[in-house]
Design a protein around this ligand. Structure first.
Ligand SMILES: Cc1cc2nc3c(=O)[nH]c(=O)nc-3n(C[C@H](O)[C@H](O)[C@H](O)COP(=O)(O)O)c2cc1C
Length: 248
């Protein structure tokens, strides 16, 4: 025997009401958590910059970053510093801001990123005497499955690699995903630009790094990414200015 509480109208009413309540809860949570997510993302980027600068196992990321890293913004065409707030650069979204970026010609787009920003942050790490010892450049480029985001740290000679780190990518764990493996990234340390990724043994050749076995396509992507960002289409003009004393 059916009671009033089991009518189709009431059932639908409860379902719709529950859906509305859930939708409101999810929306409010999403909006309220957004600033926290943004802050966490910014902190993760800072943690990777610190790691590229040689500061590992950092507990207070913000404090360490503030104390040890100077963030500057560079005009990519002239390679000169400009007075802009580096925090307004979100590596992934700025290149889609039509006012701050442009489309790359295919022939110029070795990293497969399609669009390029007019400006970019660079990060400078100083030694105990206050001299810049490491230049950390953000890099991004296509692997096998998508864009890989990372940093390359160069000595102030602008050629010697001090570190390479990838903090976000879609490469397959165990294959292309090994770009994050500290054992592999350690093989870059001390190598000198330009760098070719080779199958087999790079040995002590300072311009060669072993490609990842079973992940040649990702390795080629990493090589192209580093080539692009250190070329005149990337940070080349800035690195030339550094060689001419821009940091002195
Ligand atoms: C499911 C699957 C995932 C793969 N993921 C990657 C990858 O992330 N990066 C990569 O370079 N190759 C990946 N490969 C392998 C490539 O297709 C290709 O065989 C490889 O890059 C060749 O490298 P090798 O010459 O060192 O063997 C994957 C293959 C399969 C079947």
């Amino acid at each position: 025997m059916s009671s009033n509480n089991e009518s189709i109208g009431k059932t639908l009413g409860v379902v719709v009401g529950l859906c509305l309540v859930c939708a409101v809860v999810v929306s409010v949570a999403s909006v309220q958590l957004r600033p926290l997510q943004k802050a966490n993302k910014a902190q993760d980027v800072q943690r990777n910059i610190l790691a590229a600068a040689g500061f590992n196992d950092v507990t207070n990321v913000e404090e360490m970053f503030g104390q040890n890293i100077e963030a500057r913004v560079v005009n990519m065409e002239t390679g000169e510093f400009v007075e802009q707030d580096h925090t307004t650069f979100d590596f992934e979204s700025t290149k889609f801001d039509a006012k701050r970026s442009f489309k790359l010609d295919k022939a110029d787009d070795k990293a497969g990123i399609q669009r390029m920003t007019d400006h970019s942050p660079v990060y400078l790490s100083k030694d105990a005497s206050g001299q810049v010892s490491t230049i950390i450049l953000p890099i991004q480029g296509y692997g096998l499955w998508g864009i890989m985001y990372g940093f390359i740290a160069l000595d102030k000679d602008t050629e010697t690699v001090k570190a390479i780190k990838f903090y976000k990518h879609n490469e397959t764990p165990g294959l292309g995903g090994e770009i994050e493996n500290p054992k592999w990234t350690a093989t870059w340390v001390g190598k000198s630009l330009p760098i070719t990724l080779v199958k087999g043994t790079a040995g002590t050749d300072k311009h060669k790094v072993d490609g990842l076995s079973g992940a040649t396509l990702t390795s080629v992507g990493v090589g192209n990414t580093v080539d692009f960002w250190t070329s005149n289409k990337g940070f080349g003009p800035f690195l030339a200015n550094v060689r001419n004393g821009a940091l002195n």
